[in-house]
Design a protein around this ligand. Sequence first.
Ligand SMILES: [Zn+2]
Length: 73
Amino acid sequence: MTQQRVVEPVQEWLLAQGRCTGCGESLEEAEKQECQGFWMVICQCERVFIYDARTGVYRRRALRGVSSWRGAY
Ligand SMILES: [Zn+2]
């Protein structure tokens, strides 16, 4: 029996709805900044997501490089 990672279904669902996984606010109205072909979406609760305009998908930001990323603007 293999043990698979649980994929946090609620958060995945929220992102699929274009909503913040932290506070549930719509990311449509969040601050966005273009970044190398993607959009950084900064929620009111300061969580940051990536929006891929080509696919229309929101993603959680990768955890690596957080500090340099955050200081870029
Ligand atoms: Zn939020």
